[in-house]
Design a protein around this ligand. Sequence first.
Ligand SMILES: *[C@@H]1O[C@H](CO)[C@@H](O)[C@H](O)[C@H]1NC(C)=O
Ligand SMILES: *[C@@H]1O[C@H](CO)[C@@H](O)[C@H](O)[C@H]1NC(C)=O
Ligand SMILES: [Ca+2]
Length: 325
Amino acid sequence: MTHTNTNWILAFFGTLLALELVTGSENNEYMKREHSLVRPFQGVGVILPHWDFLGNTMVTSNYIRLTPDLQSKSGALWNYSPIMGRNWEVHVGFKVHGKGNELFGDGFAIWYTKDRMQTGPVFGSKDHFSGLAIILDTYSNHNGPHNHQHPYLSAMVNNGTWSYDHDRDGTHTQLAGCEVRFRNVDYDTFISIRYENDVLSVSTDLENRNEWKNCFVVNNVELPTGYYFGMSATTGDLSDNHDIHSFKFFDIDTNISHDEILQRSNIIPNAKTFEAPREHKDDPKPGMSNAKIFFILLFVVLVTAGVAIFAISYFKDRNARKRFY
Ligand SMILES: *[C@@H]1O[C@H](CO)[C@@H](O)[C@H](O)[C@H]1NC(C)=O
Ligand SMILES: *[C@@H]1O[C@H](CO)[C@@H](O)[C@H](O)[C@H]1NC(C)=O
Ligand SMILES: [Ca+2]
């Protein structure tokens, strides 16, 4: 909740707020170190306490680079400990940047899932996941008309059944989404994911204004406790640096019993307001060439003529026979 700010007054109130969060004096809301990542990342001894990383992930003291701006890279970062809280909010500081002006990709995802450390085709992580994916998709795979521009931020809830469809940039399975612009800016960019009483709210701070802008709010989202947070990114033919600058987890539970939290670990991820996932449909075939149409018409004419000739000779025959008898 506190990041670089040139405005002294805001910085002052920000600091007050941060103190409140750290001491947990208000709303029981405070950052949990065991689920968070704060600079510097490389100290003496252990690199990244509480987190594992894999693939091409590179850790420096100031940022964690999930992928460099090179083709065919993939990296991920996963928290060790399951989340034993019903309500939470996470703030992720990130930077996506690269040499490409027109062409860049593919983007990254923030996960709250049952399985951790599993590589796969969905921004570097496994498909058919169980849990929540918040996807920051920079490359529009869909060449036809979309309802939106890229980069695009969307949420998907899965119980392991659905596959993320890259060809449609996930639009067949998303809960909601919004257009975002976060590439190649010289300040940190942030996303906030709040999950409280089954309401999922995602907002962003991408304009260096130190305020959250709503992306979407979705009701009736059921997520179990006991899942893991992770982040992953991938590049293909196109690339970008996908950097994580911070991950802050805030426990916002109030008056929830330990039993309720344990029971909640048995539910299956579900989103009631989910648009029913649509079948994947292939793009319409490109229009037929004139030559093709000509030959099809020619074929139809020949078949018709053949049938006509056959019919005429058949009836002639019959008439001939009739006359004979
Ligand atoms: C998983 O989700 C699909 C689609 O919503 C649903 O048909 C299926 O019953 C769900 N499976 C479980 C175990 O809830
Ligand atoms: C906390 O929950 C208990 C049991 O549901 C209830 O009796 C109590 O009033 C709640 N306290 C607050 C502050 O909401
Ligand atoms: Ca895409």
